[in-house]
Design a protein around this ligand. Structure first.
Ligand code: BTN
Length: 266
């Protein structure tokens, strides 16, 4: 199990980690966090588990993990923004994970890793998925009453488990660095970074989020296949809109926006 005592002692944050729930096993930390929020848990509450029996992924997928290997946690947020701006929150979260991974690795030996963000909020390491983020919310009118951001960060999944459990499109930091990663240390650093960035986001209403996402993403200009409710279509990824939507152009020159969905490389 993670050393939550150490996290609570060493964490220097204004809000994140206000309360911790450390669970050995849970169905889903997002589900648990949403229940807590309904019962009045405050912003900054963190739910973390060693193992999830029904980890949730985006687009109704499953998120698979094995006991004790990775970081599986959810943060309860209460952003004073319209739900229509929610996409920007998840883009911001992805850039924060990107930054945390980059900073964590900067002093480590072994080959350099190329981290990237894939729209909307996957984090890739050398082209393979290393982190997924799931946003789930409770709305009041058009605003967030609660936004739960759930992070699955593959820190220590073993190469054989990556292949057998996840099917080859995923990676983990320990597999790439050939050494175990200290989950407790990584969590402390991530929450401190998230705390700082979240404060800024609240103050300037996300003005820089899309710009920052684009500056760390190596995706603009790539040929993609868009998978949405109409099926698959080929396009070029040309921009991210101020709302955080993917702007693409099809072969007939028509530009459109994708609000939610999934993309693949051609
Ligand atoms: C994705 O499909 O990429 C999003 C995956 C999000 C997984 C995390 S693990 C912790 C939190 N609890 C969940 O049930 N899901 C998120």
């Amino acid at each position: 199990m993670l050393n939550l005592e150490k996290v609570e002692q060493e964490l220097k944050t204004a809000r994140m980690g206000f309360q911790f729930y450390g669970l050995e096993k849970v169905d889903s930390t997002n589900k648990f966090a949403l229940e807590l929020a309904k019962n009045g848990a405050p912003q900054g509450t963190v739910v973390i588990a060693d193992y999830q029996t029904k980890g949730r992924g985006r687009l109704s997928r499953k998120w698979l993990s094995l006991p004790g290997e990775d970081l599986l946690f959810s943060i309860i947020l209460k952003p004073h923004i319209k739900a229509s701006s929610g996409q920007k929150m998840t883009l911001a979260a992805a850039t924060i994970v990107h930054q945390a991974l980059t900073e964590y690795c900067s002093n480590m030996k072994h080959d350099e890793i190329n981290f990237d963000v894939k729209w909307p909020n996957d984090i890739l390491a050398n082209g393979k998925k290393i982190c997924g983020i799931l946003a789930e919310s409770i709305l009041r009118d058009k605003y967030f009453e609660t936004l739960v951001l759930g992070f699955g960060i593959n820190l220590n999944m073993k190469p054989e488990n990556l292949e057998n459990t996840l099917g080859g499109d995923f990676s983990s930091l320990s597999a790439l660095k050939s050494q175990p990663i200290d989950r407790t240390e990584f969590l402390i650093r991530f929450l401190q970074l998230f705390d700082r960035e979240y404060l800024q986001m609240e103050n300037n209403y996300f003005r820089h989020v899309v710009q920052k996402w684009k500056s760390v993403s190596g995706q603009l200009g790539r040929k993609i296949i868009i998978h949405d409710s109409d099926g698959d279509k080929s396009a070029e990824f040309i921009d991210v809109s101020s709302q955080g939507y993917l702007v693409y152009q099809t072969a007939d020159g028509q530009k459109s926006e994708l609000i939610a969905g999934d993309i693949k490389w051609q």
